[in-house]
Design a protein around this ligand. Structure first.
Ligand code: ADE
Length: 223
């Protein structure tokens, strides 16, 4: 059920953390996400876009493309790793052949890449986003949409937007499957208005050995 906690494997007052999940409505498709602890008193509901199958990719591609098409994008930029299927599916539904992927690992051909340092809730430490200079002609002067799976801290999306702009892109929109909590709004500043999402997830705190959504991180439009 969208926006609802499920407690499987709960026996009396004892509840295994992995057994809890959160139901989210992704543009009309209900998806059940496992709640994963990140810190002793902090958890997220994890969307692994590659675990939800071809039909899910088709759905999010179609629905994001529908929301981004009015912005008349000419090219899509996606961030490795889990932004790659999003970029491919959105490009397919926008009927745009080429797309640009920002890499996270320093490959042999990326020695002189444009780079930005980013952080993420789901990875340890700092990471780097890399834009292959050979992709610059695909972006320079082009109406561009940046896509990713989830925006949470906003660090990755901010880095992607900045890198695209450094390559001369005109960033007209940003598409994500899910927005998570609200920290990304302050990090993105006025670019937060570019964001189009298909659903929203809260973050969770430990209340009496169960994960409960943190009220301040919920979707203000859904109560
Ligand atoms: N809930 C989430 N699922 C997948 N990736 C994320 N990155 C940040 N939050 C995430």
């Amino acid at each position: 059920m969208p926006g609802r906690l499920q407690n499987k494997n709960c026996n009396m007052e004892i509840c295994m953390g992995e057994a809890q999940s959160w139901g989210v409505d992704v543009a009309g498709l209900e998806v059940e996400l496992p709640i994963i602890p990140i810190q002793p008193n902090f958890a997220i509901s994890l969307l692994m876009v590659i675990d939800h199958g071809v039909g899910f990719g088709e759905h999010i591609g179609r629905e994001l493309a529908r929301r981004l098409a009015p912005l008349r994008p000419e090219i899509v930029v996606g961030t490795a790793t889990l932004g790659i299927p999003v970029a491919i599916e959105v490009s397919r539904h926008l009927e745009i052949d080429r797309y640009v992927i920002l890499q996270k690992s320093r490959k042999i051909h990326l020695d002189d890449a444009l780079t930005k340092t980013i952080t993420s809730i789901t990875s340890h430490g700092e990471q780097r986003l890399l834009l292959d200079r050979r992709a610059i002609p695909l972006l320079a002067g082009r109406r561009t949409v940046v896509v990713d799976d989830v925006v949470a801290t906003g660090s990755s999306l901010k880095g992607s937007i900045e890198l695209a702009r450094e390559a001369g892109a005109i960033v007209v929109g940003a598409g994500v499957i899910l927005t998570e909590a609200h920290a990304w709004r302050a990090v993105l500043g006025s670019d937060a208005d570019l964001v189009r999402g298909l659903g929203h997830i809260p973050q969770f705190e430990n209340v009496a050995h169960r994960w409960q959504p943190i009220a301040a991180t919920m979707d203000p439009n859904r109560g």
